[in-house]
Design a protein around this ligand. Structure first.
Ligand code: AMP
Ligand code: MG
Length: 408
């Protein structure tokens, strides 16, 4: 039987098809403490002003500006207002000792910082500088006004947003459930570090790298990973692994075995249990990539070459997993930066070059861009997204995708 050649498609088409399958996971409630990296499943609307009342930005004195026409006026201190206190209205002709974060008393219209004052022996305080209107007063609601949306559904939460949610009184948040992902690597050549020592490696054997970075990449995207280890290049074993993986998981992710050689068993095995589209994506590294379904689970097959696996993960699987969780921001912010290298012979395909920012604000290119060279990906801090067939000359401005964002 002559299998039809898989269709070559652009990365954008492949991504759009993939994202079209990513139906939103149900929401769950978590403690705000545990919300780091999770995607918000509700709009957070503030029922209060932050700060709740006008308060002092300095340690000093609350004053009425009208009573301080000139520098050097001495005034008596009528009350002391530490943070957390409820002050009395400011008595005319007096000032109030006040501390950072303490509410400004009614009637006061500026704070004079203590460095601009001089305490006198009789208990009065000399104001050395005429204050401006509202000086050192933090206004009620200047951070958040009552009724405003402080974080929108689809926001991926991080330390600052956890703090903000707590700041409007939220100890629990609705977030998308974690994606459950079954992971396995295919390949008879693969061995696990720790099981075989480097000096005992048989000819042809290599260590399983993909399993390590894929697990970490998944964890960073909020996934619960069921790691099924290494599956040999045998049809029945592949079918069995897929059956196990489909149970209770949202996604089955594999690496290797998605080409169409006799040792590539992913395609027939997935087709035996469900459906599969094998795509040849016009990108480098990358190219073979499979999407399908097994039972209720999505199936994604990544290429085996480590750099291809890594790059297709961050460019395709990452946005897919974020969309499953309802994230509104799926792509990194690309920067326009000058290449400090030449690419004389560009590939026909859209290419993702491993590069690193240098101290001059330009980009250096890792010399070996082969899809098996994982060193390039460790060295790099970003990928240049170069259109197919486009040569790059030193100084050309190129599209840079920061790895810091792709790995978050
Ligand atoms: P495949 O896609 O199965 O044809 O594999 C392509 C290349 O990637 C081969 O050189 C494999 O040995 C290598 N490879 C596949 N899986 C892994 C893995 N998990 N870790 C490191 N290299 C791998
Ligand atoms: Mg293989």
């Amino acid at each position: 039987m002559n299998a039809p050649r898989p269709a070559l498609r652009s990365l954008d088409e492949a991504l759009a098809s993939l994202l079209a399958h990513a139906a939103l996971l149900p929401a769950e409630t978590v403690s705000t403490f545990d919300a780091d990296g999770r995607v918000l499943a509700e709009d957070l609307v503030s029922s209060l002003q932050v700060p709740p009342q006008d308060n002092s930005a300095m340690d000093g004195y609350a004053v009425r500006r009208g009573e301080i026409a000139d520098e050097g006026v001495p005034l008596p201190v009528s009350q002391r207002i530490p943070a957390g206190a409820a002050p009395q209205p400011l008595q005319p002709g007096t000032i109030a000792r006040i501390f950072t974060g303490a509410p400004v008393p009614a009637g006061a219209d500026a704070i004079v910082m203590q460095e601009d004052t001089e305490p006198l022996d009789d208990g009065r305080v000399r104001i050395q500088r005429v204050p401006s209107e509202g000086q050192w007063i933090r206004r009620s609601g200047e951070d958040i006004t009552r009724g405003s949306t402080v974080l929108a559904r689809g926001e991926r939460l991080g330390p600052a947003s956890q703090g903000l949610a707590a700041g409007i009184g939220r100890d629990r948040l609705q977030v998308a459930r974690r994606p459950r992902v079954a992971l396995f690597s295919t390949g008879d050549e693969l061995v696990m570090p720790g099981q075989v020592a480097p000096e005992a490696m048989k000819p042809g054997a290599i260590y399983n790298s993909n399993r390590f970075f894929l697990r970490s990449l998944l964890a960073r995207l909020g996934c619960e990973v069921q790691d099924l280890g290494i599956v040999p290049d045998v049809r029945e074993a592949t079918v069995q692994a897929l059956r196990d993986a489909a149970r209770g998981n949202d996604l089955i992710l594999t690496s290797g075995g998605v080409s169409v050689g006799e040792e590539d068993h992913i395609k027939p095995a997935v087709q035996q249990l469900g459906t599969l589209d094998l795509w040849q994506i016009a990108m480098k590294p990358g190219k073979p990539f499979a999407y399908g379904r097994v039972g209720d689970a999505h199936f994604i097959g990544l290429p085996g070459n480590p750099v291809s696996s890594f790059v297709t993960f961050v460019l395709l699987v990452r946005p897919f997993l974020l969309k499953l969780q309802g994230a509104s921001h799926l792509q990194p912010t690309a920067l326009q930066l000058p290449a400090h290298f030449d690419l004389k012979r560009p590939d026909k395909r859209r290419e993702f070059l491993r590069v690193r920012r240098n101290a001059q604000g330009g980009l250096d290119l890792f010399p070996n861009q082969s899809s098996g060279v994982l060193t390039s990906t460790v060295w790099a801090d970003g990928l240049v997204d170069n259109p197919g067939g486009q040569a790059i000359r030193h100084g050309d401005v190129v599209r840079f995708l920061p790895l810091a964002e792709l790995l978050s």
